[in-house]
Ligand binder design. Structure first.
Ligand SMILES: Nc1nc2c(ncn2[C@@H]2O[C@H](COP(=O)(O)OP(=O)(O)OP(=O)(O)O)[C@@H](O)[C@H]2O)c(=O)[nH]1
Ligand SMILES: [Mg+2]
Length: 427
């Protein structure tokens, strides 16, 4: 059943006192993003208000007078909900709701709602559900253990809204169940990962702000593979949070070696902490990557902010010691000479138009093939155990049985190169 399209009035608080601000996000850019998020959630934006204040109001967040103004404005616009640009406490939401008389939600609820709509994998769904429960838990206090909100639409999707009269205990139990289920799913993924690591293919993870072009880049990179077909492409769309699930695909380097590309969920400023927590498990794939491509939308006026946001989420995920290439994307939309010269760890591309893909692939190769040695080995027949060992660890592209043993071609890491040096022959 489709919900009726909701009409949202957006409200932002611009804290003017330097000591009370906890970020230096430009309010206009932030409101622009809130608008995109609202659209991504499937609602229509009918108006937008910004309140400048020294600090938050303890009762009404933006102040009593402003809340009354919101009431009048939302009435005149026929708004069905008001969305605040920050995370609000349960008390703030109730106080404001009392005056305004329509549904009040915050940025966190909005983002969680988008995630709830988009999550496809079992793990993704469980993670969002857990994050939603964690968000709701502290907001149950003080209202007699009851959630007063009813109805449909944004902020009401997800874990058993119909059952939200259930008390804190039930929520805690449910969260524990989900955690248990997640552990199961995780075990599965662990097994898959072990197999992947055994295949010894280099892993390249795409990370970055939402809508930067990560999925488009993945689709472009996998075209290098002989098994490429359109079916293997992932969804790439002009929409915030198009991707929620981690996807792995194979691609080919200029030296004909295979590597794995990992597409990940995009980041956004003020990403709810619970969600980052929840997605840590999925984003763990990033931790096992040999190389990170940080994709940046070079045409976005807030790309610096977006870059910093991504960097701080990576830090939060404890991804600090990986080689990173900054991939400035969408240069087809830029004046060609306004960007600086390519550096070792920076490249300018257009994933959509396939510009500079060959350069990027060479950079990837440089970074992931640093310590591998492409060699031919001749293993005498009484060294069969070495052949099996090598086959377990590497993908052996070519081998043949010749008179004095098995001749094979393989890319060894440094350690094995030194171990098996004596068997190296000329191609
Ligand atoms: N002009 C131009 N548009 C691009 C380019 N790369 C991607 N886009 C567009 O940017 C939009 C977002 O692309 P996606 O690949 O879905 O972005 P993403 O980083 O995967 O986004 P999320 O999954 O939401 O985090 C789509 O409309 C793409 O067509 C490019 O090189 N040039
Ligand atoms: Mg994507």
């Amino acid at each position: 059943m489709e919900d009726k399209i909701e009409k949202a009035l957006l409200v932002g608080l611009n804290i003017t006192s330097a000591t009370k601000r906890d970020d230096n996000i430009d309010i206009n850019e932030s409101m622009e993003e809130l608008k995109e998020l609202t659209k991504a959630a499937g609602a229509e934006v009918v108006g937008s208000l910004i309140q400048n204040r020294q600090s938050k109001d303890s009762t009404y967040y933006v102040g009593k007078g402003k809340v009354e103004e919101i009431k009048a404005y939302s009435d005149s616009l026929g708004a069905t909900m008001v969305i605040f640009n920050d995370e609000l406490s349960g008390a703030h939401i109730r106080n404001i709701e009392e005056v305004v008389g329509i549904k009040i939600i915050d940025r966190t609820t909005l983002i969680l709602d988008i995630f709830a709509q988009r999550a496809l994998s079992k793990e993704g769904k469980l993670q969002v559900e857990l994050a939603q429960l964690k968000y709701r838990l502290p907001r149950l206090y003080g209202i007699g253990g009851q959630m007063s909100r009813t109805g449909a639409g944004i902020g009401t999707r997800g874990p058993g809204e119909q059952k939200l009269e259930i008390d804190k205990r039930n929520i805690l139990n449910k969260a524990a169940d989900i955690r248990r289920e997640l552990r199961e799913v995780k075990k599965n993924r662990e097994t898959q990962r072990v197999q992947r690591l055994k295949s010894n293919l280099p892993i390249v993870a795409l990370v970055g702000y939402t809508n930067a072009g990560k999925s488009t880049l993945l689709n472009e990179l996998i075209k290098t593979h002989k098994d490429y077909d359109k079916e293997k492409e992932v969804m790439a769309k002009d929409m915030l949070f198009a991707t929620l699930d981690v996807t792995l695909r194979k691609a080919i380097l200029p030296n004909k070696k295979e590597f794995l590309v990992v597409d990940t969920v995009g980041f956004v400023s003020k990403l709810p902490h619970d969600l980052v927590e929840a997605f840590k498990a999925t984003l763990e794939e990033v931790k096992y990557a040999d190389l990170i491509l940080h994709v940046i939308d070079a045409t976005n006026s807030s790309y610096e902010l977006q870059k910093n946001t991504t960097e701080s989420v990576l830090k939060e995920l404890n991804v600090t010691d990986k080689p990173i290439i900054l991939v400035y994307n969408k240069i087809d939309k830029l004046e060609l000479d306004i960007y600086p010269k390519n550096r070792e760890d920076i490249i300018y591309i257009s994933a959509k138009k396939g510009i500079n893909m060959d350069k990027l692939l060479n950079m990837i190769q440089q970074a992931v093939m640093k310590n591998t040695y492409d060699v031919f080995l001749l293993l005498p027949y009484d060294k069969g155990h070495i052949f099996s060992k090598i086959k377990d660890k590497y993908s052996v592209d070519e081998f043949e049985y010749v008179e004095d043993g098995t001749k094979l071609r393989v890319s060894l890491d440094e350690e094995d190169y030194n171990i098996y040096k004596e068997y190296i022959i000329k191609g």
